[in-house]
Write a protein that binds this ligand. Structure first.
Ligand code: GMT
Length: 380
């Protein structure tokens, strides 16, 4: 099948999921066309089955805001026509589902019919999408999608609670493709980052407010008060500076390493002992799943879709949002001795395997078939 995938090309989870899904579909023989404003960060290799088409938005002084949706829908129309693309899969409702629907309607004028699958990722619903400025357009484009998927049961429920949705929402969890990881345990260069006796704690995110970055620093402060430890802070975003200031204020600056955005997440997780994800909300928590796949237990909040990934007392522990004392207490419980840590590491890896791409890819292929059926039933 020839499939166009629209996504954000950045380090965010939705872009990562879209990119890895596209690569896996190409490996299954499908022809994939990524359409977005920059080459997705995890898309390193293009080949005869993986194409990338860049959306340009020319600057025009009349516009205070350059019209990305317009440029995207035009690019979709041209690309779909030129390559004979058969299905459109948009990740993140804003503005992708909206632009996708416009493209579909323009194509229909030329007698070209293409079904659209929309995958909801979280902040397109729980943070940005529900804002009254966007809500009518988000509701409309979800209802106009031929098939809608969400990355967790929790996100499905939030979508139904927040919007007037007339479509069925299929839950397809996020996944991990372990074959993409290039590091095995023997290669972990732990000594570059910490002394032999230190535990390595890691946080990876886009450092937005919703990630509760100060909580990460506070939890680590309590951990390193009790045991030798280092904190790896991976990512870039608006809360980073505040985190650097807080680490300095708490006197732990020399124990916190800010690594910036990284394409070497697998190398960092390879030598990590614990992952912190104290987010305000999280529709799934792909970063936690990636950690677990690398045998890293997780201390997280118990919000949104996280309980569908992190299993209480098995792969780590969950606490109420903001309860940094309990999170630090549980972290110390996991890190207290090697036997306990190894038990949590084994469990994390075992549970993560449930989310292997081999189990998830067929679910997407099934909804693609359904999208065809739904679309042609409506159109003819
Ligand atoms: O978490 C972010 O800030 C990025 C955001 C995105 O759209 O890229 O992540 C959302 O989608 C991920 C992939 O489905 C989920 O794993 C994240 O939990 C979700 N983030 C939130 O709900 C805050």
């Amino acid at each position: 099948m020839k499939i166009a995938i629209v996504c954000y090309p950045t380090f965010g989870g939705s872009g990562v999921v879209a990119t890895e899904l596209g690569i896996a579909l190409a490996n299954r023989g499908h022809e994939i066309h990524f359409i977005t404003y920059k080459q997705p960060v995890r898309l390193e290799l293009l080949n005869e089955r993986i194409h990338f088409h860049e959306v340009h938005v020319p600057e025009y002084p009349l516009f205070q805001y350059q019209p990305y949706e317009l440029a995207l829908s035009s690019k979709l129309v041209d690309t779909i026509k030129f390559f004979g693309i058969e299905l459109l899969h948009v990740h993140y409702a804003i503005p992708h589902a909206y632009a996708g629907y416009m493209a579909k309607k323009m194509l229909e004028e030329d007698g070209i019919y293409i079904p659209m699958v929309t995958t909801l990722h979280g902040t397109d619903i729980t943070l940005v999408g529900k804002h009254p400025f966007y809500k009518p357009a988000v509701t409309f484009s979800i209802n106009k999608s031929d098939v809608v998927t969400s990355v967790s049961e929790n996100l499905k429920q939030s979508t139904l609670d927040l919007f007037h949705i007339k479509k069925e929402i299929h839950v397809i969890p996020n996944f991990i493709d372990k074959s993409n990881y290039n590091v095995d345990n023997k290669e972990c260069q732990r000594s570059l980052m910490a002394n032999e006796n230190e535990r390595i704690i890691t946080h990876i995110s886009n450092f937005r407010k919703v990630k509760r970055i100060p909580d990460v620093i506070q939890i680590f402060k309590q951990i390193q008060d009790k045991i030798p430890a280092k904190l790896m802070m991976v990512g870039e975003g608006p809360e980073k500076e505040k985190a650097e200031e807080l680490a300095e204020k708490l006197g732990i600056k020399d124990k916190v390493v800010f690594l910036g955005n990284s394409n070497q997440v697998d190398r960092i997780l390879c030598f990590s002992d614990l992952f912190l994800l104290p987010s305000e909300t999280e529709s799934f928590g792909l970063a936690a799943l990636e950690a677990m796949m690398h045998r890293v237990p997780v201390i997280s909040s118990n919000t949104g879709g996280i309980p569908e990934v992190n299993v209480q007392g098995i792969t780590g522990f969950m606490s109420n949002v903001g309860d940094v004392d309990e999170m630090a207490f549980n972290a110390l419980k996991i890190l207290s001795d090697d036997t306990t840590l190894t038990k949590f590491k084994d469990n994390a890896e075992k549970v993560a395997h449930k989310f292997d791409i081999a189990n998830v890819l067929p679910l997407y292929e099934k909804v693609y078939e359904e999208a065809f059926k739904t679309y042609y039933k409506i159109s003819y």
